[in-house]
Design a protein around this ligand. Sequence first.
Ligand code: PLP
Length: 390
Amino acid sequence: MDHEPGFDTLAVRTGQQRTNEREQGEPIFTTSSYVFRNAAEAAAVFSGEQPGNIYSRFTNPTVRTFEQRLAALEGGERCVATASGMAAILSCCMALLDAGEHIVSSRAIFGSITVLFNDHLSRFGIETSYVTPADLDAWEQAIQPNTRLLFVETPSNPMAEIADIGALAELAHAHNCLLVVDNCFCTPALQQPLAMGADIVIHSATKYIDGQGRAIGGAVIGRTEQMEKVFGFLRTAGPSMSPFNAWIFLKGLETLRLRMEAHSANALNLAHWLEQQAQVKRVYYSGLTSHPQHELAKRQQHAFGGVLAFELKGGKEAAWHLIDSTKMISITANLGDTKTTITHPATTTHGRLTPEARASAGIGDGLIRISVGLEAISDIKTDIERGMRN
Ligand SMILES: *Cc1c(COP(=O)(O)O)cnc(C)c1O
């Protein structure tokens, strides 16, 4: 066999190493530490002369299988699994940045990452400048001699803004910077940033990689050179993934492409339907031809993902009424679940922003975000339609 295995095969098969029990599934190694045959072997493994497990803060076979499988799907040399998506971005920054260095970030990123950059990294002398993700000139102008990382999430949440990954990678490399992409919303099933020139991908595995709302986890994927540094931070500082969670995420990866296609199909169907409703002012979804970067999204994504937002003409009152009228859809800020979820960004996920910052991000009081699940699309529409009545 000398042909390359396809994505679906990698998703199902990569990394599995059967034990002597000849199990069909992947075992969960619930062990804090590992034993050596003798003192000489312990010394050789500790010194790094001989590969081997020492302690589950560093390595665990179940976690390693997950890392190998996700690295294969993203097309990266190495993956480091972390305790959460936030631990993934923190580990990246701690491993790759020095005091006095600078980040240029899209302003449309996950809220806690903004807090990490502004309130925590700043205490160690690392400053961040924010730009509109689609504005390449703004990215270039924000780069300083001490800039080391460009950070972007695409498509963004909740406004589905698209950044050009290939163009940002070129810009980063022209200035001796690394491009880090948060690939949480597309996952490697729909978008592979490393193949487009990005240096590092981060994930919140909590979202679509699990896909069923069961566990918190994250990952960093990239070249060995940078991943060794990320791993070095992780094994010392300890934001490691638990083997139980790694097993859940492994199972999630096996059905990832099928789920992402089903989420995307439901979301596109819902987006078209919402565009036709009299009460809806505007729908934000990169799969719509009305989206300003639809062509770019089509080029860099296989499909458009499961998250969309729409603005109601009636403002906050109409938005809350629609949310409160649902009977099936879950009212929660989480996303990437088989169950459809609904939230009012202005008073939840983006409630900590100042009104000016919310306005500049385009998040109005009538905005609703939906993470479209895998229920029958007719039932999702019926549930949303309940609160559409004037
Ligand atoms: C949820 C999320 C994160 C943070 O991940 P946790 O697993 O909650 O720590 C980072 N980026 C994006 C885009 C997210 O949606």
